[in-house]
Design a protein around this ligand. Structure first.
Ligand code: BT5
Length: 326
């Protein structure tokens, strides 16, 4: 634990009551003067801490920032999030995670940022990453799977996000194959899964997740929305805690990852279908610059989409985009 973490821990345990300077000094093993420096630093990070010459220090407000202390506080997962690294601004959390994984960073590390200068989507597309309103995070996974099963990880993460959004906000988040989470047919989350693999084995996977939580709609592209915007539409004017949502997502990723390892992919597919916004619907499939109409039919054991084209012909779509027809 760093000194800042230690001081925060003691203040939190005070549950809004004063913690004396002497107590902080003893437990953090620093001088009284040094305590003041650390309190000032925490204040700069957005913590509201009241200081009284006789009583000590009292924690009044915790900022909703994606800092390691906040994410790790009472996090229920064991492996995911055991290491959390947060940045104010990065080009892309996926790129940071990738280079850390190459240097040997362990499975379960989570990289978070308040803002991305070059957030990435699939196929060289951009992910708009407005500061403060969103969650931009990447997890390092080292599963023992062949490269062709990577789509399973994307689907597993989509289930984790849909479930977390529902639990935190009560809003009916749905999944659109392969990597979108929708609210009222508009995109609030995208997932970008990248990997380093050698022939038949995956070295590591970077699971990147972007969620528009409190982002104002004028900072989002056409067709996108945020959790707060959609809640406001249904008459609920409130902000969602990004920290709470990020923690839930981390916990549910671990839960699903363990299910995948112990029970296989079937239970994940079942959960995915439960949240699916598209099975049974008419869709337009865009695949390698070709477009065709079909009916979304099922998901196969590798996470590919099965569609039924005219005259009942079934086709497997392993990568591409799908537009749900109105
Ligand atoms: C995705 O790609 O949806 C994957 C997005 C993954 C973003 C995360 S953030 C953390 C991590 N670090 C990264 O650099 N990336 C990951 P795709 O299916 O290709 O969708 C991209 C398309 O979604 C764009 O072309 C826009 O149309 C739209 N889009 C861009 N920004 C958006 C946003 N903030 N919200 C909703 N839609 C957006």
């Amino acid at each position: 634990m760093t000194i800042d973490e230690n001081i925060l821990h003691l203040l939190r345990n005070g549950r809004g009551n004063y913690v004396s300077g002497e107590e902080l000094r003893k437990h953090a093993d620093i001088s009284r003067a040094a305590i003041w420096k650390h309190i000032e630093k925490l204040r700069d990070e957005g913590y509201e801490i009241e200081a009284s010459p006789h009583l000590g220090y009292r924690l009044i407000h915790i900022p909703d920032s994606l800092m390691p202390d906040e994410i790790k506080w009472k996090l229920k997962s064991r492996v995911m999030g055991r290491e959390v690294i947060s940045y104010k601004l990065v080009d892309s959390t996926n790129d940071v995670a990738y280079s850390l994984a190459e240097k040997g960073m362990k499975e379960g590390a989570v990289i978070l940022a308040e803002e991305q200068a070059h957030g990435k989507g699939r196929h060289g597309r951009k992910w708009v990453s407005h500061p403060k309103g969103g969650i931009y995070m990447s997890c390092i996974l080292r599963p023992n799977i062949p490269p062709n099963e990577i789509a399973r990880i994307t689907l597993l993460a989509a289930v984790a996000v849909a479930k977390s959004v529902r639990e935190v906000s009560g809003m009916p988040a749905m999944i659109k194959w392969p990597n979108d989470i929708l609210l009222n047919s508009r995109k609030i989350c995208g997932i970008l899964t990248e990997m380093k693999a050698e022939q038949d084995t995956v070295d590591f996977i970077i699971l990147g997740i972007g969620i528009n939580v409190n982002t104002p709609s004028n900072h989002l592209p056409e067709g996108a929305t945020s959790l707060r915007e959609e809640m406001a539409r249904s008459g609920r004017v409130e902000s969602i805690s990004r920290v709470e949502l990020a923690k839930k997502v981390i916990e549910h990723i671990e839960e699903n990852y363990n299910i995948l390892k112990k029970e296989g992919f079937d239970p994940i597919i079942d959960a995915w279908k439960h949240y699916s916004a598209m099975l049974g619907s008419r869709v337009k499939v865009v695949m390698q610059n070709k477009t065709f109409e079909a009916q979304a039919y099922d998901i196969d054991s590798d996470g590919a989409l099965l569609v039924r084209r005219e005259r009942g012909i079934l086709q497997r779509v392993s990568s591409g985009d799908v537009i749900i027809s109105k």
